[in-house]
Write a new protein. Structure first.
Length: 258
């Protein structure tokens, strides 16, 4: 990609087995923003992070493939959030009590690289949101939310008519904003259910909140937010293997069930 923003807007993923180092790093002028984290084991060791014990010993221990630690996300936030890079050795002691002694575990981290300088714009439901950059600059969308957030929004006060303050957000807002505005000098879109669908109960007033930055790269390539690229030893994004794609699907299902 041309320009650091193209790299920054990607979703990254990295993983490490017990006894290995995990290392996260973001490009210049960006910092780490942890999106999700998993520590434990939900696939057999022959698929990921083989056991370090001799085969004869390993057969005596029944491997736990329903093992996870609830503190992994908070630990990653403590270690890496808002830093340019971070590195540490993965082991169960980092995460508190070992949920499955005798079973080799692994850490998987999903993160993005947040620009140090960015802009935020809000449009209330049915209003038009306009984004623009100066001459020779183009829009790079970092995040987009359409719906209602827990804390509300001062610019768009909610009229819930006695309904509970439950957070609701569109699952396609980011993809739509990238498709409509990414790489352009200016763009506009209505903050409406016609564009984004309605993620909330009827009668709940919503808003659109977009965080973006302006980049002087003239040939900014579109961002594919449907992919979660893995990292090789040089920390550059590479294609996700079939095993990692399968693991990502398993983890997503596990998180949903939990």
């Amino acid at each position: 990609f041309a320009g650091y923003i193209s790299q920054a807007l990607k979703n990254y993923t990295d993983h490490a087995c017990d006894g290995e180092y995990v290392s996260l790093r973001c490009p210049h002028r960006t910092t780490i923003s942890i999106q999700s984290s998993f520590y434990g084991r939900i696939v057999p060791s022959h698929q990921m992070c083989p056991s370090r014990y001799p085969h004869s010993y390993a057969t005596l221990i029944k491997e736990d493939v329903a093992c996870s630690v609830g503190t992994s996300l908070q630990k990653m936030l403590d270690e890496c959030q808002d830093r340019r890079s971070c590195q540490f050795l993965v082991n169960s002691r980092l995460f508190g009590t070992d949920p499955c002694p005798g079973t080799g575990k692994y850490l998987i981290v999903w993160y993005k690289c947040r620009p140090n300088e960015y802009k935020s714009k809000v449009a209330c439901e049915d209003d038009k949101l306009r984004l623009s950059c100066k001459k020779n600059m183009v829009i790079a969308i970092y995040s987009a939310i359409f719906g209602k957030t827990q804390g509300g929004n001062l610019e768009c006060p909610y009229q819930t008519l006695g309904m509970p303050m439950i957070e609701c957000q569109s699952a396609t807002a980011l993809q739509l904003m990238i498709k409509r505005c990414h790489g352009k000098r200016s763009c506009s879109i209505y903050a409406s259910t016609y564009e984004f669908g309605d993620p909330c109960y009827p009668g709940i007033r919503k808003h659109l909140n977009v965080i973006y930055t302006c980049d002087n790269t003239p040939f900014l390539l579109p961002v594919d937010e449907t992919q979660l690229p893995a990292l090789n030893s040089s920390m550059e994004p590479v294609g996700v293997s079939t095993e990692m794609a399968l693991l990502s699907n398993i983890l997503a299902a596990y998180a949903f069930i939990t």
